[in-house]
Design a protein around this ligand. Structure first.
Ligand SMILES: [Zn+2]
Ligand SMILES: [Zn+2]
Length: 134
């Protein structure tokens, strides 16, 4: 499925080809902090299937596991666009679906890090659930 999107101010745009069934929710505390809200919704995109226009700023976060993740965002408006691995090797982008013009068609199929989900959220019916990473 072809999608398009970008940050709020328009400095960064992208076009991508995604599999909508690879959309997921992450309830981890890093995602809560980095988004400023309850959870994050992401679709996984191999790097060959996405093209950016504009230059995202990168913030590298270190997880509890010691793994580094590059967080791409717009330096002008602060919109979060993606996370990906750090260093060489083929990359997969976890694209933030809220930045996509087709966000309504990217329906999460699973949720991970459910153990840190905020208690006031409703249960999502029919969604594969992992208490930690998938
Ligand atoms: Zn922007
Ligand atoms: Zn997370």
């Amino acid at each position: 499925m072809k999608i398009s999107g970008g940050c709020h101010c328009g400095a960064i745009t992208y076009k991508a080809d995604v599999e909508p069934e690879r959309t997921a929710i992450c309830h981890c505390t890093d995602c809560q902090k980095l988004t400023g809200t309850a959870f994050r919704v992401t679709v996984q995109v191999p790097e060959e299937n996405i093209a950016f226009s504009g230059m995202p700023k990168i913030y590298v976060k270190v997880g509890d596991s010691g793994n580094k993740r590059a967080q791409g965002f717009c330096g002008e408006c602060g919109s979060h666009l993606f996370a990906t691995s750090v260093g060489d090797g083929p990359k997969v982008y976890g694209l933030r679906t809220g930045t996509s013009d087709q966000r309504d068609q990217l329906v999460p199929r699973k949720q991970v890090w459910h153990r840190s989900a905020l208690h006031w959220l409703p249960e999502f019916e029919g969604m594969a659930t992992a208490e930690k990473a998938s």
